[in-house]
Design a protein around this ligand. Structure first.
Ligand code: 5GP
Length: 181
């Protein structure tokens, strides 16, 4: 569905801009892992469109797995509490893992997840995120690839939801606060 929706206050990233950036990121990622077998670890549910697009844009073969973690509940402010709702299907010991994430806000979720995956014996853990908010800079996590740095607002679209709505919008925009206030 197109982003020109009445609940969207401001368009931040259009569908075309996402596809252009995905192609650039895929070139860099393919080069980085050219001699290694990489496992793409998508974070449900928000990263589904990004995973689908970036994995198909890569020029290297990859494995895919998924995890679901929760840090938000149904609100719009990060709680810092991370729960595993769905774990990986396979062992990642000695594997090169690339976490595919939709957005980094406080960074708490990925900081926790990176340590968790390293503790399971992954050979390496890297992160590609489509979006990053300024707050993420306060946490010490090394994010190797970022699609777009965006302002500190609650956004939806391209996988990102508010109470399960708006995931199917083809770009990313700021949700009008009147929807959740
Ligand atoms: P963090 O732990 O970095 O604060 O939060 C990461 C998670 O919070 C993301 O995976 C995403 O699920 C959710 N999140 C953070 N900011 C936003 C936002 O602006 N919109 C939506 N829909 N989810 C967000």
């Amino acid at each position: 569905m197109q982003l020109n929706h009445p609940d969207i206050q401001e368009v931040l990233v259009t569908a075309d801009q996402i596809q252009e950036r995905v192609a650039e990121l895929a070139t860099e990622i393919s080069e980085f892992y050219k001699d290694k077998e990489v496992l793409l670890l998508g974070i449900l549910k928000g990263a589904v469109p990004f995973m689908a697009d970036i994995s198909r844009a890569l020029s290297i073969p990859v494995l895919q797995d998924w995890m679901a973690v929760s840090s938000y509940g149904s609100g719009t402010v990060s709680s810092g509490v991370v729960r595993i709702l769905k774990d990986l299907d396979a062992d990642i010991k000695d594997r090169h893992v690339l976490i595919v994430e939709d957005i980094i806000d406080s960074g708490l979720t990925l900081s926790w997840l990176t340590s968790n995956l390293k503790a399971r014996g992954a050979a390496s853990v890297e992160i590609v995120t489509l979006l990053r908010k300024p707050e993420a800079a306060k946490v010490r996590i090394a994010v190797r690839w970022v699609g777009f740095d965006i302002p500190n607002a609650f956004v939806v679209g391209y996988g990102l939801d508010y109470n399960e709505h708006y995931r199917s919008l083809d770009g990313v925009g700021i949700l009008s606060p009147s929807v959740y206030e």
